[in-house]
Design a protein around this ligand. Sequence first.
Ligand SMILES: Nc1ncnc2c1ncn2[C@@H]1O[C@H](COP(=O)(O)OP(=O)(O)OP(=O)(O)O)[C@@H](O)[C@H]1O
Length: 577
Amino acid sequence: MLRLLEIAGTKKGLLLLSCALAIVHALLLLIPYILVFFILEELTSDQIDRSLVINYLWYAGIAVTLSYAILYASGMASHVAAFDILYQLRKSIAHKLGKLPMGFLNDRTSGGLKKVLSDDVERIENFIAHQIPDFVKGLVVPIATIIFLFTQDWRLAIISFIPLLVLMIWMPIIFNSKKNKELMGHFHQSLENMNSGIVEYVRAMPVMKIFGQNADEFEKYGKTVKEFDGFVKEWTRKTSPPFAIFMSFMSNALLPVLVLGIWLYMNNGIGLATLLLFLILGIGYLKPVFALANMGSQLTVINQGVKKIDEILNSGEQEESKISFSPKSYDIRFQHVHFSYGNTIKALEDINFCLPAKSLTALVGPSGAGKSTVAQLIARFWDIQEGKIFIGGIDIKDIPLEELMKTVSFVFQDSFIFQASIRENIMMGMDKSEKQMIEAAIAAQIHDKIQELPDGYDTRFGESGIHLSGGEQQRIQLARAILKDAPILILDEATAFADPENEAKIQEAFSALIHDKTVIIIAHRLSTITDSDQILVFDEGKLEGQGKHEDLLISNGLYQKMWSAHQRAKEFTISKN
Ligand SMILES: Nc1ncnc2c1ncn2[C@@H]1O[C@H](COP(=O)(O)OP(=O)(O)OP(=O)(O)O)[C@@H](O)[C@H]1O
């Protein structure tokens, strides 16, 4: 609750206004009940003053109208505050995600993160926009009613107060128990698993279709949906009995008032108007308190979401250097580097090498040898556990992250194109001119294709009918890298999915790109890297050899094997016989 109020506190002014208006609304709503009492008193008196009764009715009508106008204003204030807070919260989570080490994302599913950013944040809206005003109403209405009832008859007022006492004791037991909190924790986990199952199911659709599978057969999705279903049923089974007892008690809360009220009336202790007033108000004031009861269970759900939000917001960011060290040259040195993903998967062991500035280096080795890991460590996607990595003689941990990102350009295996215009996709928020962007697209051999699109550079990728082949998407990625013009360039299997025509174009684009830069290429097709200044051969996380193509052919057994396998693969044909 405190944490939620802290979140809500960023819009304190609007929320206080909303609460104040909610109180006025609630008090105005009580007025018609009180007026009904006066009307009844008048109607049961010996001489009925008609004009007074009509006036009371007018007052009641005005109070109701005014009360709902004020409720509207209260709702507006709380909703504006809520959506402002949600916006800020989503912005800070997204900002934080960008600053967290890749390990954080590696341990989580995209479905789970989506749930935090969309569902968990959304639930806070319910608390701020509805529950805070309801809570205030839930407190003020019973207090005001009880005070008023005491002024009419203290005996009936005490009896009317009993259900409220029971509510106050019972509610926390039912809704806030340890068991209920545990159930809520499971509920969230279950929902998160289902979310990630759905995301994976949609992503796996092409494979599912080819293998004729449907949702039931997609085990992860099917399992998570079944688990969720089972959990919700169990939850209902466990919480229904106490809730049913609670509800039936509250529904009959009027009984003691009725019994005592009739007895008092029959013994001339109270008039008919007072009896009716207690029958109406004695139970009516509980309505907003019921809203509080509901709020208890909703709060537990919201709190679980807030925990997930805080888990992201409080996660340790990558350490950033306070001193600004900008490398003056761009040679890269690994010194006794050890690295594991998490604490279990050892990916690199005691790696030492030096890549001179403006040289072209190829990383080769069998699948899983650690090539991509080495490349990613240079851009500090991950932090190493032991050893040091230097760029231009400066430890990369001493280079501010923003500066490091400006220094390194990465062309990934899988190109990621945003659902935005082609211009935005190439510019990526960089401070470059239109002319520079077009020059980059020309160098990346993609300008002509963009010109053919319906709106040229303004065409939005992802719109229906707009499609770019894998090779074209890669050349967009290359255009980004060319435009960025960073002194260190890492190409991770960048031609892996290109067809021969595309590959020739991509190779040409590369030549434009690598000029005058420190370049690292990860390539499986060894024929593309024979001219490299040096080749590093990796195997099972270790650096097994280093040198030029010709030297490695003589000195390195693994390289020899890879080279002859590559030669054989070139002659490989698929035939039915
Ligand atoms: N994000 C990750 N989380 C956990 N383990 C990982 C991750 N990425 C890679 N690994 C593991 O680290 C080891 C090295 O992987 P890496 O991707 O660097 O190899 P690679 O030589 O680039 O392989 P490939 O040529 O198949 O791309 C492998 O055992 C791999 O399973």
